[in-house]
Design a protein around this ligand. Structure first.
Ligand SMILES: [Zn+2]
Length: 252
């Protein structure tokens, strides 16, 4: 492979593929200085969606691209408006042909996690489907067949990114989800990371034991000495009403 030197005067580094004749250091430097032209991300996103529909994984898309699969995924999920030209061109040059991959099962794994996390927050599946503009049958089919189209995955993902951190409308869904052992998106480090094991369901914290402000042993002792409530309260340093209320709570 022919290598060329970086265009920066006196720079001895090799020019990196896809970086317009600059080494990666100088490409980044020029980018920081605002000298690189950024490309509109929208057509790149559209191309990624098409490739995904054809079975490409994010890593497969990134194979010949000066970025990794994670970056490709972020382009879809982080609402990027602009992209580095070398990355954009590399992705746009990928042919729209079907590829064998684990994309289907990988995406479904993430989608089930997302639906569970949304249920945890009280978003019923039919509401999620409505917001995603798909029929609930699609989800049922996905469950039955173990496959689904990328457009379904993407539609659910878009809703997920909007609502996953917000409380949903259904208390019942929330309760059922907790009963099923669903976890919220907050429980995951990265809900998209297929290697991450499912977080353990956090048990709701046990109700805190009431810590009494009243030293009941002392109260009993003082009472045995024949003091009335007013005097006891004075002795232990609380208001008589506090003593009275606390006694009602303690039911003595
Ligand atoms: Zn350089």
């Amino acid at each position: 492979m022919k290598t060329t030197k970086c265009k920066w005067p006196k720079c001895m580094s090799e020019a990196r593929r896809g970086m317009a004749g600059w080494c990666s250091f100088h490409y980044r430097k020029r980018h920081a200085m605002g000298l690189t032209k950024m490309t509109d991300c929208a057509p790149v996103k559209a191309h990624i969606v098409k490739l995904r529909e054809l079975g490409w994984t994010y890593d497969q898309i990134a194979e010949n691209c000066p970025c990794n699969g994670e970056t490709v995924r972020m382009m879809l999920t982080q609402d990027y408006k602009k992209v580095h030209p070398p990355i954009g061109h590399a992705i746009l040059s990928l042919p729209l042909v079907a590829r064998d991959s684990t994309r289907q099962t990988d995406d479904l794994t993430v989608m089930w996690r997302q639906l569970d996390a949304m249920a945890f927050m009280g978003w019923p599946q039919h509401v999620v489907c409505k917001m995603a503009g798909i029929t609930p049958t699609r989800i049922k089919d996905a469950r039955d067949r173990g496959t689904t189209s990328f457009s379904t995955i993407y539609a659910i993902d878009e809703v997920f990114r909007k609502v996953a951190y917000r409380q949903g409308p259904s208390e019942r869904t929330r309760t059922l989800a907790r009963g099923r052992g669903c976890v919220s998106v907050m429980a995951w480090n990265d809900i998209y990371d297929l290697n991450e094991p499912k977080p353990k369901l956090e048990k709701p914290p046990a109700a805190k034991k009431r810590i009494s402000r009243i030293p009941w042993d002392d109260v009993q002792h003082l009472r045995s000495l024949g003091l009335d409530d007013e005097e006891i309260a004075k002795k232990i340093g609380v208001r008589p009403s506090t003593l009275r209320d606390s006694r009602r709570h303690k039911e003595v």
